[in-house]
Design a protein. Structure first.
Length: 57
């Protein structure tokens, strides 16, 4: 039982890999925000071009 306690304490104190997980979370949040912004901007640009298109014909 002592060995199991020691292993569990060691597991919870180990901080290797935490930084990479934090960077992965930050990258995923940034990419989600970027996709959302591009979707909104793309919709507005598409609407503007569709408004200009009849004047070009």
């Amino acid at each position: 039982m002592k060995r199991l306690k020691h292993i569990s304490r060691q597991f919870w104190r180990d901080e290797r890999g935490i930084t990479s997980i934090e960077y992965a979370l930050i990258a995923s949040i940034v990419s989600i925000c970027a996709v959302g912004a591009m979707t909104v901007i793309g919709t507005k640009v598409n609407r503007n071009f569709n408004g200009i298109l009849p004047g070009l014909n």
